[in-house]
Ligand binder design. Structure first.
Ligand code: FEO
Length: 163
């Protein structure tokens, strides 16, 4: 059955948002690599790829439900960060916002009794739970280790181990 227009608009917006997250993480990875934070860069590049896969999942789903996905303009990501703490505070906020957004769409499709999209979104809900937990873990470790002296090296090792 063809996707309802409101659900289509919400999914289309989410698809573009995933693409934006991919670009943001890719750019963050470039910043990290430039600072010789190779562990962080590895982690961020991997996540950039994952976000692209999320984008593609929604893209394919919209097509499957007889609508055309519309790629929108993607704002340029920030290119400079104060330190690794600011970087991962932004990652955490981004993931929290994505979770909220996915939950809002899920609520809408539930209201509309679109159980097919409801089922499709379960994967994203589980994925966001994992991604948020990982971001919380990294932000927590940065808080414990601190960003002074060798702390940055330890953080880089830790984040790299999560890639
Ligand atoms: Fe696909 Fe991490 O949001």
């Amino acid at each position: 059955m063809r996707l309802d227009k409101k659900v289509y608009d919400l999914l289309n917006k989410q698809m573009n948002r995933e693409f934006q997250a991919s670009n943001t993480y890719l750019q963050m990875g470039a910043w990290a690599e430039d600072q010789d934070l190779t562990g962080c860069a590895k982690f961020l590049y991997k996540h950039a790829e994952e976000e692209k896969e999320h984008m593609r999942k929604i893209f394919d789903y919209i097509l499957e439900r007889s609508r055309q996905p519309k790629l929108g303009e993607i704002p340029s990501p920030k290119t400079n960060y104060k330190d690794v703490k600011e970087l991962f505070d932004i990652v955490y906020k981004e993931e929290k916002d994505v979770t909220d957004s996915i939950h809002k769409i899920t609520h809408e499709v539930w209201e509309q009794k679109d159980l097919t999209t409801f089922s499709f979104l379960q994967w994203f809900i589980d994925e966001q739970r994992e991604e948020e937990a990982l971001a919380v873990e990294i932000v927590g470790k940065i808080k414990i280790i601190g960003t002074q002296g060798q702390g940055v090296y330890m953080i880089d090792e830790f984040v790299g181990s999560k890639a």
